[in-house]
Design a protein around this ligand. Sequence first.
Ligand code: ADP
Length: 261
Amino acid sequence: LEVLGAPIINHEKEWKGVVLVFHDITELKHLEQMRKDFVANVSHELKTPITSIRGFSETLLQGAMEDEALREQFINIILKESERLQSLIHDLLELSKLEKEGFHLNIESVSLKQLIEDIVPIVEQQAKEKDITMNQNIYEGETIRADSARLKQVVMNMLTNAINYTPQQGEVGIELHSNDNYMEIIIKDTGIGIPEEDIPRIFERFYRVDKARSRNSGGTGLGLAIVKHIVEAHEGWIEVESEYQKGTAFHIYLPKKFTKT
Ligand code: ADP
């Protein structure tokens, strides 16, 4: 709480009282704290791969280069960490674009069926490598007004997550349904699930249930924050159902009558 005070004085310079203004700054403080946490998180996330790239390069220059097996191992680590940095910077720029005021969607007529059918083959290879079965249940439905490139990003992100967080031989499914006023995309998996207490936080920037697991699968911890922004920019919303160790289903709702142009 912030309190500002000022005396009330009339024309005769008599003291008549005092005005007190109470400002509830909890929300402001909270936003300020979130901003600080974000900057701290970004710095930490950038530092980790850089420290590793630098360390392994130095070790190579100090003689590890002579050992063929070590050389290959270290260079592979450097490559992996550089790729990590690249995805991190890419996702950070995306997020910053989406959070900018006046962020613009390229609205056109989009067939969600077509959009899903374009994306599935791209992730199918990843699924195959883990022996994961991909199921599709796609209702033709009507076209909606939407930003096709942005929605592709959403579907791609959700399917990649579903594959990443599902063990070998599991199943990943994508469905498209048409409801009264909105289209519904469901992405579900038979994966590791999300503990109930973590569900409300997974859309926060950099929030991960298991940091190591997310890192190993190439995750940046920004994917769902990006997805949420895009869906909400379309006046839609996302719901999550998950059972720990059993699987997860994300439901994305997109209005058929999108009012913005
Ligand atoms: P990441 O790059 O870590 O995958 P996201 O923002 O995409 O970041 O997701 C945030 C966190 O939500 C993940 O780290 C993971 O813990 C959890 N998560 C997302 N999708 C799934 C899923 N399909 N199954 C289980 N956990 C998931």
